[in-house]
Design a protein around this ligand. Structure first.
Ligand code: DSN
Length: 425
């Protein structure tokens, strides 16, 4: 017998308000060109695992060493996820329990540093991440960050500066990676800098993990002592995180995640990570990773043709950072106008930005989600044209509405993975 909260469509019956909002979000994701470089579309299989009964289960500890009974299936799920992560990235050790990217990075600090210790990372305003020592993050308050950045003349990462700072400051830990880096990261160079400084080398590959898995970006695995990543960006899994490490650091890092920072892992997320890792090991994944980069290059070229100023002059990966100063419009004004026009991206600081982070000079965009829909170079050129039109007249509401309709029309030809809602008769 069915009760009121079981069976297909139960959410629509028990909580139509939330069900309606989820359906509205599905339509929004279906009808928009989504260019936020840290976002994507997961498969229906990943969504199913995320929405499973595994959310009911507590399992503090690690497979075979839990503090609660009833782990017959959860242990298998986590072991499969760990083994798939190790195999996909060629790592000696993996841990899939961190709740998300910042807690995962915090585990690295807990394993290797004491409060007040010095570490080195990329300056947030140059493309780093909050958890790499921003003054508003616990990582900047409890430890002592020193930062490298990009060169003013090229917009590219300044490895000489990083080496000089490492020699001078002798950080205990060095981070490579960030959230707004449009160029290939030279992990060999960072490994050498860390070795010279006697520092632990940590690579945060959250943005590019899917490119690495698909062979479209060099891997730091084997060079770095620990590699952290979220699982929901280019890797196209659920919201979560994991780290990969050398075997010698496994114990300390595992202990930092549990019991150091977390209680029970989110087993529904672990299962979905396992599913995503299986997808990432499949034959469709390398072409998807290559398409992301090809699309980013096509979009960058079309924006350059239209006079946009791209930080570093272009892109090698999934991400484009545009400095709108010469266009006479702020990043925030442009991002909001583009969102009304059906093109979703985010405002972003650019290196040496004279404006404040909440209304900076740039916009950040990327191609993971549009590539997951199967869009290609022709669509990238259309998107660049729409961006140009809207950024040139951000206050023109008719233009915004017309563009949004054109965007939705184009999107209809490219079904979004995981999205079931369909208004077609
Ligand atoms: N918030 C993520 C991004 O958008 O890059 C990083 O954590």
């Amino acid at each position: 017998m069915r009760t009121s909260d079981t069976g297909a469509g139960s959410l629509a019956r028990t909580d139509p308000e939330i069900a309606g909002l989820i359906e509205a979000e599905e339509r929004r994701e279906r009808d928009k060109v989504r260019l936020i470089p840290s976002e994507n579309y997961v498969s229906r299989s990943v969504l199913e695992a995320t929405g499973s009964v595994l959310t009911n289960k507590y399992s503090e500890g690690y497979p075979g060493r839990r503090y609660y009974e009833g782990q017959q299936f959860v242990d298998q799920v986590e072991t499969i996820a760990v083994e798939r992560a190790k195999a996909l990235f060629g790592a000696e050790h993996a841990n899939v329990q961190p709740y998300s990217g910042s807690p995962c990075n915090l585990a690295v600090y807990l394993a290797f540093l004491k409060p007040g210790d010095t570490f080195m990372s990329m300056e947030l305003a140059h493309g780093g991440h909050l958890s790499h020592g921003s003054p508003v993050s616990i990582t900047g308050r409890y430890f002592r960050p020193v930062h490298y950045g990009v060169r003013r003349d090229t917009g590219r990462l300044d490895y000489d500066q990083a080496r000089d700072i490492a020699k001078r400051e002798r950080p205990k830990l060095i981070w490579a990676g960030g959230t707004a880096i449009p160029r290939t990261i030279d992990f060999e160079a960072f490994s050498e800098i860390a070795r010279e400084a006697g520092a632990v080398f940590a690579a945060d590959v959250a943005h590019i993990a899917g490119l690495i898995a698909g062979g479209a970006h060099p891997s730091p695995v084997g060079l770095a002592d620990v590699v952290t990543t979220t699982t929901h960006k280019t890797l196209r899994g659920p919201r979560g995180a994991m780290f990969l490490s050398k075997a010698e650091h496994a114990k300390e890092l595992d202990r930092s995640v549990f019991p150091g920072l977390q209680g029970g892992p989110h087993n529904h997320t672990t299962a979905a990570i396992a599913v995503a890792l299986k997808e990432a090991a499949g034959p469709d994944f390398p072409p998807y990773a290559r398409r992301i980069v090809e699309n980013a290059k096509a979009l960058a070229a079309a924006l350059l043709e239209r006079g946009f100023d791209l930080v570093s002059g272009g892109t090698d990966n999934h991400l484009i950072l545009v400095d709108l100063t010469a266009k006479g419009v702020s990043g925030k004004v442009a991002a909001k106008a583009l969102d009304r026009a059906g093109i979703e991206l985010n405002f972003n600081t650019v290196p040496f930005d004279p404006r404040k982070p909440f209304d900076p000079s740039g916009i950040r965009l990327g191609t993971p989600a549009v590539s997951s829909r199967g869009m290609g170079a022709g669509e990238m050129r259309r998107i660049a044209g729409w961006i140009d039109d809207v950024v040139s007249a951000p206050g023109d509401e008719d233009l915004g509405a017309r563009t949004a309709a054109d965007v939705a029309e184009m999107c209809r030809a490219f079904p979004a993975p995981g999205i079931l809602v369909n208004d077609e008769p």
